[in-house]
Each structure stands twice: as structure tokens, then as C-alpha cells.
Design a protein around this ligand. Structure first.
Ligand SMILES: [Zn+2]
Length: 262
């Protein structure tokens, strides 16, 4: 059986001198893992497109429950990623997260986010830290962890600082937080605050507004936001923490990206 898919390679594992196992994030079939034979040989017609970060059109041959790459047409290699360790490290982090959170269920929006983000990193269209934050938060929202930060969930107030409970994705204002915390202190249930160590993000109005933009903007306008320099690092930390808490792990590639940015 032959299957034709368009997608980007988000994982490439060398099995031997000439064989490679690649995971492709596709438009139509979610992630597909396929063997690429002779992919490392100089003569290989797969070589250019069986590498990490490559976007292409792949003809796969299915035998049993395994796929083999039969033909490839390279559409975009994001060559700019290879010019800088920082860019490469960030792209590798994006791919590691993507291979962790995506499944065989197709979500064209996730692929578009991946391609747009890799493109933005390869050209450094804006600061890498901004691209990273936007990718993290938008991805979290796309894979089912959309935070509710339009207003305080208790009183509906939309201005001022909001306290976002990362795990339930619900935000409350300072007053309601005090109230809820004191009410519950009397009982047995402590559902908010540090009392039971639930991770809370404290979001200023500016950070909150920027996060709302990143969650809801059309993907092609995802990076078209400005944030005060003084709030930038808080915003970036919030996006990273939000995603990492939901995937419940850290990533080696993220540590590497941070190391090369020190
Ligand atoms: Zn409130």
C-alpha cells in the first residue's frame, strides 16, 4: 500500500550507517514513523529530505504495520536553522515537544504552527525568546490545555492582575483569590494558592493581554504582538511554565537551548 503525505520531520534516529527512522508530522495522518533506507548515503535521493526539520512530500510504502520511505520531494529545508547553534537548539526543542505531544490524530493547525515557528526561527523574524513563548502557549492551547484568562472566573473582572491556576487553567483576581483561599482554609479543601502547592502564575494585565493574543490570533499573525521590555521575561516564563506543567516533564533540548543562551 502506498501513502502520500506532506509533513515535517520532527525526529530522525540513525539506526545504522545507512538506515534512519524518521517521524513525520503530517497534515493528514498526524505523526507517521517510517524507515528511510540508504538515507545517509551520498547517492541517496532521500538524503536531503530525511533529516530533522525538513518539510517535504513523502511517498510511503506500507508493509505489515511499518512504513518505508519510497520517494521524497523536499519542499523546505529551513536552511537558516543550520547557521546558528541557538536557532538549531530552539528548533530541536520545538521538534522534541512536538514528537512528545502529537499522535496519529491529524491536526493541521499543529503542523501549521510547527512550520510557521520553524520558519520564524530559521529567519529569526523576531527574537527567539518571543517565538519560543508564542509556540509554547499556542501549542498548549491546541493540544487541549486552553487557559481561561479572559477575566476572573469568580467575579468576571477583566482588569488587574490575574492568578492563573495552571492545572485547571482557570484565573481569578486578587480579591477573589483572597476570598476563596480564606473560605477554604476553614474547610478541608484547599484548591487554590500555594497552600497545597498547586502551581499558580501571577499575570499582570499586560502579560494576560499578550497571552490572550497568542491563544487567539490567526496563526499567520501569531508573532505580531509587542510587549513592554519590562514584562517580556515574565510573559516568556509564563508560557514556558504553562506548557511544561501540562506535559509534566522537562526536555533535554530545552536545557541545551538555555545553555547556549547563557
Ligand atoms: Zn474576581
Amino acid at each position: 500500500m502506498l501513502l502520500e503525505v506532506k509533513g515535517v520531520v520532527i525526529r530522525a534516529l540513525n539506526l545504522s550507517e545507512s538506515d534512519r527512522l524518521i517521524t513525520i508530522l503530517t497534515e493528514s495522518h498526524g505523526t507517521v514513523t517510517a524507515y528511510a533506507n540508504n538515507s545517509r548515503s551520498l547517492k541517496s535521493r532521500y538524503m536531503a529530505a530525511a533529516q530533522l526539520f525538513c518539510y517535504g512530500s513523502y511517498v510511503l510504502y506500507k508493509k505489515g504495520d511499518r512504513f518505508w520511505v519510497r520517494e521524497v520531494e523536499l519542499l523546505e529545508s529551513f536552511f537558516g536553522l543550520r547557521d546558528s547553534v541557538r536557532r538549531m537548539a530552539l528548533a530541536a526543542y520545538f521538534c522534541e515537544v512536538l514528537s512528545d505531544v502529537t499522535t496519529a490524530d491529524a491536526d493541521p493547525e499543529v503542523l501549521r504552527l510547527a512550520l510557521n515557528s520553524l520558519y520564524a526561527v530559521s529567519r529569526e523574524l523576531t527574537s527567539l525568546s518571543k517565538i519560543k513563548a508564542a509556540f509554547e502557549l499556542r501549542l498548549a492551547a491546541l493540544i487541549g490545555f486552553m487557559p481561561s484568562i479572559d477575566c476572573c472566573a469568580e467575579c468576571g473582572r477583566a482588569s488587574g492582575t490575574l492568578y492563573l491556576d495552571i492545572m485547571d487553567g482557570v484565573a481569578v483576581c486578587a480579591e477573589c483569590r483572597e476570598y476563596v483561599a480564606s473560605e477554604r482554609r476553614e474547610g478541608e479543601l484547599l484548591l487554590t494558592g500555594e497552600e497545597n502547592r498547586r502551581p499558580i502564575l501571577i499575570l499582570s494585565e499586560t502579560v494576560c493581554r499578550t497571552m490572550r493574543y497568542v491563544i487567539s490570533a490567526p496563526l499567520e499573525r501569531l508573532l505580531a504582538f509587542r510587549i513592554d521590555e519590562s514584562e517580556e521575561s515574565t510573559f516568556e516564563l509564563a508560557c514556558e511554565q504553562y506548557l511544561l506543567h501540562h506535559v509534566e516533564k522537562g526536555y533535554d533540548t530545552l536545557n541545551f537551548y538555555k545553555d547556549v543562551n547563557k
